[in-house]
Design a protein. Structure first.
Lengths: 288, 237
C-alpha cells in the first residue's frame, strides 16, 4: 500500500509540473488582461489535434509537429485576442465571461466536425523508468522537466527583460504603465500570444501521455481554474504551489478511488477555498 | 526662451460634467511653472489631459512644436513629456530597481539605463539603500521620491508633477520640494500642481491659479506673491 501511495505522490508531482504551466498561462492572461480564458484547456485539446494530424496523418516527426503546434496555437491566441477579447475589453465582466465560455462550445464542436468523436492518439513508445518501487513513465518525466524549464524561462523573461517588466507593470497598474511609454494594447496582444503558444507546448507534453477527444480540454480548463483560484487569482507563485497541491491530491484520490472521484475532490477543494479563503493561498495584492 | 508646451483653449468633459473651460497655459524651456487652486478645480484633469489620459473635446496642445492632443499617452512620453501622477503611483509588486528600469522603457532611454541609475542613486541615496525592496514596502515619501526618480529615467524634457507633497508629513514635504529644486537646477522644465502654495511658489518662475476649471490668475512668481487675493487665500498673509 505504501508503494502505491509513493507512486501516487511522485506521479502527482509530475502532473503538477504540467498543471503549473497550464495555470501559469491562465493566470498570466487574467493578471494582465483581466479576463478569464474559459476555453484554455480546449486550446490545449486543439493543439493536440494539430500534433496528431501532423504526426499520424502526414507523418511529420513528433518534435517538428510539436514545434508547429506551439506556433499555430500562438497564432490562435493572437486571433482570439483580436477577434473576441479585444472587442469585449470595455464590456461588462459577465459578457466577457459568457463570450469566452461560448468558445468552449465552439472549439469542442469544431474538433468534433474535423476529427470526429473517436480517441486520437500519437503512438510513441517510451520506456518506463523504475526507481526502486516507483515506476515512472518517461513521457511524464519529460513533460515535468520540460514544464519546469519553460516556467524558469518565463520567470526570467518576466523579471529580466523590458518586455517582461512591461507585462508585469500593465498587470499592476495599466494607466500608470502607459505613462512609462508602454502601449498596453501591444502587451495584451503579446500576452494572449504567449498564452496561446503555451497551450501548444502543453499539447506537445500531453500528446505522448494522453489520447485526445473533443471533450479532452474540459477537465483541464477546470483544473487550471481551480489551481488559479487556489493560489490567488493573478498570483503566479500561488498558481505554481497550487498546481502541485492539486496534482498530488487528485493523484492520491485517483489511486484510492477513481479518476471521477478525483475530480470531485478537486472541486470540493475549490468550493472550500472560495468559502474560506476567497483571495487564495497567496492572495494577490490589488493593484491600485 | 522658446516655447516648450503650449495649451490652447482646451475643454475637457467627464460625461456631462465639464471640468476645464477654454483653458490656456504655457511652459517655456527651462521654466518651472506651478499650478495652484482649490480641490476639484481641475488641476489634475489638466495634467491628465496634457499627458493624453483624458481627451480634450476642444482646443489644442503642442509640445516642442508638435501637436500632441490626439496622441495616446505612450507616444507622448516618447517625445520627452513625462507625467508623475498623484500619490506616487509606483508599481507595488516591482522592486525599487525594477520601477526605475521600467521608467527607462521608452526608446532612446534604455541604452543609458545603467548610467542613469547611478545618477539617480546618487541623487536619492535612500532609493539605493532600498533597491531590492518591493515598492509596496516603501513609506509615502519614499514612494513619491521613487515616482519622481522613475520619471527622470525616461530622459524627459518636461516633467509634470501632480501634487508631490500630498499626504506627506511637513518635514518630508520640505525634503521632496528640495529634490524638485535640485531637478530644476539640472535644467529640466517642470510643470507642477501643488497645494503647498508658499513652498511651491518659492521655487517657481511663473504660476497659474485655476478655479472651477478656468485660469483665474497668472503671472511671474513676484507678481503672484504680490497679488492680494493670493496672499489672503493661499499664503495666509
Amino acid at each position: 500500500m505504501e508503494i502505491v501511495f509513493l507512486n501516487a505522490l511522485v506521479n502527482g508531482i509530475l502532473l503538477g509540473g504540467v498543471l503549473a504551466l497550464l495555470a501559469f498561462g491562465l493566470n498570466l492572461i487574467f493578471g494582465v488582461v483581466k479576463v478569464i480564458h474559459m476555453a484554455y484547456g480546449q486550446c490545449v485539446m486543439l493543439g493536440m489535434y494539430v500534433i496528431y494530424t501532423l504526426k499520424v496523418i502526414y507523418g511529420v516527426p513528433l518534435l517538428v509537429a510539436s514545434a508547429v503546434s506551439v506556433v499555430i496555437m500562438g497564432v490562435w491566441g493572437t486571433l482570439l485576442h483580436l477577434l473576441v477579447i479585444r472587442p469585449l475589453l470595455g464590456a461588462e465582466r459577465l459578457n466577457q465571461l459568457l463570450a469566452l465560455a461560448g468558445l468552449i462550445v465552439v472549439f469542442e464542436n469544431l474538433a468534433h466536425v474535423i476529427w470526429g468523436a473517436d480517441l486520437r492518439g500519437v503512438r510513441v513508445d517510451l520506456p518506463i523508468v523504475s526507481l526502486g518501487n516507483v515506476f515512472l513513465k518517461t513521457s511524464n518525466l519529460l513533460a515535468f522537466g520540460g514544464a519546469l524549464v519553460v516556467l524558469g524561462i518565463l520567470y526570467g523573461v518576466l523579471h529580466k527583460t523590458y518586455v517582461g517588466l512591461a507585462i508585469r507593470a500593465v498587470a499592476q497598474d495599466r494607466e500608470c504603465a502607459t505613462l512609462m511609454g508602454i502601449n498596453p494594447g501591444r502587451i495584451y496582444l503579446l500576452t494572449l500570444t504567449i498564452g496561446g503558444a503555451l497551450t501548444g507546448l502543453i499539447a506537445a507534453f500531453f500528446s505522448p501521455i494522453y489520447s485526445v477527444h473533443p471533450h479532452f480540454g474540459g477537465s483541464f480548463t477546470l483544473m487550471a481554474f481551480i489551481i488559479v483560484v487556489l493560489g490567488g487569482m493573478g498570483n503566479l507563485a500561488g498558481g505554481f504551489i497550487g498546481a502541485f497541491i492539486i496534482g498530488v491530491v487528485t493523484s492520491f484520490a485517483a489511486v484510492i478511488t477513481s479518476t471521477e472521484v478525483a475530480e470531485i475532490v478537486a472541486l470540493t477543494i475549490f468550493i472550500l477555498v472560495v468559502l474560506v479563503r476567497p483571495q487564495g493561498l497567496l492572495g494577490a495584492r490589488r493593484a491600485r | 526662451m522658446s516655447l516648450m508646451l503650449e495649451v490652447r483653449g482646451i475643454d475637457v468633459f467627464y460625461g456631462e460634467f465639464q471640468a476645464l473651460f477654454d483653458l490656456s497655459l504655457e511652459v517655456r524651456t527651462g521654466e518651472t511653472v506651478i499650478v495652484v487652486g482649490p480641490n476639484g478645480a481641475g488641476k489634475t484633469t489638466l495634467l491628465r489631459c496634457i499627458s493624453g489620459l483624458q481627451p480634450a473635446s476642444k482646443g489644442s496642445i503642442r509640445f516642442l512644436d508638435q501637436p500632441i492632443h490626439r496622441l495616446p499617452p505612450h507616444r507622448i512620453v516618447e517625445l520627452g513629456l513625462v507625467h508623475v501622477p498623484e500619490g506616487g503611483r509606483v508599481f507595488p509588486n516591482l522592486s525599487v530597481m525594477e520601477n526605475l528600469k521600467i521608467g527607462s522603457y521608452v526608446r532612446g532611454a534604455r541604452k543609458e539605463f545603467r548610467k542613469k541609475l547611478e545618477e539617480i542613486y546618487e541623487l536619492f541615496p535612500r532609493l539605493a539603500e532600498r533597491r531590492t525592496q518591493l515598492a509596496d514596502t516603501l513609506s509615502g515619501g519614499e514612494r513619491q521620491m521613487l515616482a519622481i526618480a522613475r520619471s527622470l529615467m525616461s530622459k524627459p524634457k518636461l516633467i509634470m508633477l501632480d501634487e508631490p507633497s500630498s499626504g506627506l508629513a511637513p518635514m518630508i514635504v520640505t525634503l521632496l520640494l528640495e529634490f524638485v529644486a535640485r531637478i530644476r537646477s539640472q535644467g529640466y522644465s517642470i510643470l507642477m500642481v501643488e497645494q503647498n502654495v508658499r513652498k511651491a511658489l518659492s521655487l517657481s518662475d511663473r504660476a497659474y491659479l485655476v478655479e472651477s476649471g478656468r485660469i483665474a490668475l497668472q503671472g511671474t512668481r513676484e507678481e503672484f506673491s504680490r497679488e492680494s487675493y493670493i496672499r489672503k487665500a493661499y499664503l495666509g498673509l
